[in-house]
Design a protein around this ligand. Sequence first.
Ligand code: GLV
Ligand code: MN
Ligand code: MN
Length: 412
Amino acid sequence: MPHKLATIVMQRAEALAACSEEPEQLTRRSYTPALREAHRLVVGWMAAAGMAVREDAVGNLIGRYGAATPGGKTLIIGSHLDSVRDAGRYDGPLGVLVGLAAVESLHRRELRLPFAIDVIAFADEEGVRFGSSFFGSRAIAGTFDSSWLRLADADGMTLAEAMRAFGGDPAALATCAYRRDEVLGYLEVHIEQGPVLEAEGLPVGVVSAIAGATRANLHFRGVAGHAGTVPMQLRRDALCAAAEFILAAEALGRAANDPELVATVGQLSVRPGASNVVPGAASLSLDVRHQHDARREAAVAALREEAEAIAARRGLAFTWETLQATAATACSPRLRGALARAVAGAGYPVRDLCSGAGHDGIAMADLCEVAMLFVRCAGGISHNPAEAVEVADVAAAIAVVERMVEERVHEI
Ligand code: GLV
Ligand code: MN
Ligand code: MN
């Protein structure tokens, strides 16, 4: 049974990959028509699996498989359907589809559990469109900060406007929150996005903790000028400052003698942006991560000082805008234990590993205990169209989730 369902999961991941903002590549940012199309598909699959389907005010898609008796608590299984630009097809969708497959298996056997299962496709995990992430899971956890509604995308559309256009209701976000006493826990299945499981020949792994992350936007402002007439010594070139900073961030990440520290500049915008104009303004994104919050915070502080020093040396104005700072999150020992026993029960070795990537579990940990199951992916490649998983590993993940919900019921 898990193998048949795994084949269906692979077909569904393929179908979701066609829901894209761009014809040549998979890009499905939050609150876009492409995400709406993905919801449309998932709604049909959820309904066919015996679930009651709804969309909440923030734009999360929620399928509910009711408990055997009314009044049962709820286990949440979730992940996200939004993607990065030029994405792979499994980061996010795999977790939604495996949760859905586990419910489908229960439904086919006409089995109800002492608790309900809510499969949630969160509204925005990647944070690509508005710079900050976890809007959907924060709303579920009751920690959505209403100031985020004013964040704007590259076209100047605010989060509130995008949410409304998608059919959500920014004024009603409080209604998204679950009550602590109604939730048993949160489980997420996700591709590993790293090479460890593949190197060790294992289909799945149990996540021990999720690294914290800081995201910021940096703005250097100098003076635009004529590329042919302004002498080099008299320039206040904002892009050169940004370039210096980018290399400084890389050098810090490399020199810290700390392989867990990673610093990335993934976006750069230059104005006015013409080949014969000295750049007057440059803005860039910064993403810094570490398993230990103090190390991340120290690195962020050092990079901020470095950026200020670069700007001062070059006579530029500089502003720093922190968009998000999330602490590292430990998975729950209780749920992790149950998940590890489900992995062993399904016949696989138990391998614990940390997640360097961010996940909705970070936000969900404010509401309930969280656990995550990683699935081996080819070459550890992710945030890349080359993302790939084996159908047998998907079957392993489905088997583990089935065992977790059916046999470890008393531990959940
Ligand atoms: C999400 O994939 C993140 O880690 O940024
Ligand atoms: Mn993800
Ligand atoms: Mn991702």
